[in-house]
Ligand binder design. Structure first.
Ligand code: SAM
Length: 213
């Protein structure tokens, strides 16, 4: 990402992402935060939201738990918006914007209890390396909730209808990201990274990689 920045995450692209996250996508973040907490059983300790964008999943997690959360992103423009959103939500004491790249995470081995990430892995240059990095920083007993999705099938249908008006190409791109072919490639990359204690859970509206350490 640092070598080949994806333009849509910088400049006006970051503002557009925030507008979508505050608009059609807004209802999904509390739902996904609940799913991450329920699936992992982790409600406190250190959490990182990788590829946080404008920070809405990190904020929903902060509101639903007592986790200390790093909202990490490789785009400074996204982080500037995340910082403002964190301030407006009154969560500056527990949610911290952090510049960083998933391929080289700025954390010690075994230091993070919960790693979450939504909609970012589709843009990672080297998923095998990224998965190894995530596993490296997980604490024994730690879990991940990393993937892509829309919370529930009803929310996915609502978003799809709204996004048709905003971006006619979005539906095709979203379908490709959640396709069987892409999921198979993700599973292969997890195998290549040698992460055995791991499952890819498909739900009605996306998929989530749950690593256990
Ligand atoms: N997670 C947010 C959400 O669901 O609203 C934002 C998702 S956005 C589609 C993808 C985010 O991943 C962008 O903010 C982008 O800057 C970030 N990203 C892409 N590649 C990255 C990398 N290698 N390391 C860290 N962040 C990355």
């Amino acid at each position: 990402m640092t070598e080949q920045p994806h333009d849509q995450f910088f400049g006006k692209g970051a503002g557009r992402m925030d507008a979508i996250a505050k608009g059609p996508f807004a209802p999904i973040y509390p739902v996904i935060a609940r799913q991450a907490i329920q699936t992992s059983g982790i409600r406190e300790g250190r959490c990182v939201d990788i590829g946080c964008g404008p920070g809405h999943l990190a904020l929903a997690l902060g509101a639903a738990s007592s986790l200390e959360i790093d909202a990490l992103d490789a785009s400074g423009d996204m982080l500037a918006i995340a910082e403002q959103n964190i301030r407006e939500a009154g969560l500056t004491d527990r949610v911290h914007p952090v510049p960083g790249d998933v391929h080289d995470l700025p954390y010690d081995d075994g230091s993070i209890d919960l790693v979450v990430s939504r909609g970012s892995l589709f843009f990672w240059d080297d998923r095998v390396r990224a998965f190894s990095e995530i596993y490296r920083v997980l604490r024994p007993g730690g879990r991940t909730f990393v993937g892509g999705g829309f919370g529930t099938s009803a929310l996915k249908a609502e978003i799809t209808a709204k996004m048709r008006e905003i971006d006619p190409e979005w539906e095709v791109k979203a379908a490709e990201r959640l396709s069987r072919r892409n999921l198979d490639a993700v599973r292969q990359d997890l195998e290549k990274a040698g992460i055995a204690a791991c499952e890819v859970r498909e739900d009605e509206a996306g998929f989530w990689i749950i690593m256990r350490k």
